[in-house]
Design a protein around this ligand. Sequence first.
Ligand code: F6P
Length: 365
Amino acid sequence: MNKKKKIGILTGGGDCPGINAVIRAVARKAMLEDDAEIIGIEDGYEGLVNNRYRKLQLRELSGILTVGGTILGTSKKANPYRYAIKNGDKLVFKDLSRRALDNIDDMELDCLVVIGGDGTLGIAYKLFKDGVPVIGVPKTIDNDIMGTEITFGFDSAVWIATEGIDRLHTTAQSHHRIMIVEVMGHNAGWIALHSGIAGGGDIILIPEIPYQIDAIVAKVRERHSRGKKFSIIVVAEGAKPKGGDIVIQRIVKESSDPIRLGGIGFVLGQQIENMTGIETRTVVMGHLQRGGSPTPYDRVLATELGTKAVDMIQAQEFGSMVGVQKCKLVKVSLKEVSKGSRKIPLDHPLIKSARSLDTSFGDKK
Ligand code: F6P
């Protein structure tokens, strides 16, 4: 009798809307078409190193399409190749990849589906090079993964950020204030650019275009002189002044990517209020952007990516990620994905389009 195919699924990095929709798509299709057994590894690479997993049943997959977060749990710290262990007050890093590889063998997995962002998929590439048949699925609100023009979770985050900007317009207008909305995005400005345009931000600040405080103040003053007594500024957490630096909120030492951004909105708010004399308030959208139910777009995209991942398992196209290029699902090598993160090109049509509507990027007076 043929042995049942066993597929492991792991979700790593920050949670985001749509992960459960991918888990559901992968598991249901593989169960229905191949009668496969699905092994859910708990808390990302943490569970892989410490051998925590469970067999997923069809009933556990029911009703999760619309649910945010991940039913498997996740970790932003665990990396089998550089695993942090506390030794008294000290942290020591150990290569526990052999243990992770042995666990994969013990689970008798035929392949591993890794749902994650650039960090998680970079580790997946290492596992692949160490002999694990891996398929990647691009997950992040930041939309910054190489080899794909869109990631699931991004649309939901943009929707939430835009909702925030819309609501802050009311106070900005009524109180004649400057409202600064800080959005996530790590070192890329995709969320700020899209939500800034969708929310009608007057100034959009992104990491890819370092700002000049004088240019921001000039824009606010120019609006005032035209009778516009309020301004909305959308700033990406990774934005920085020309010749200056990012604002760091905390360092997570155990993490392979330890810097957590945040706080640029408050720094800017103080400077702008001092320079203009206009009351300036800052709102940080933070983790609200990662929470709750995925948008219909993300549910559809997550379902497409998940089912395509199973096609790729069936075709044994391991060492690859499902990507979207020119609106089509494509196979992208994990080697390409692990090269870094995808920033907004300076000639991006959306930047041009926003500029043509007099939206400032804080770089010109
Ligand atoms: O990658 C997703 C993301 O939300 C980034 O936009 C943000 O910089 C980071 O994760 C925040 O991480 P944490 O949840 O550890 O604070």
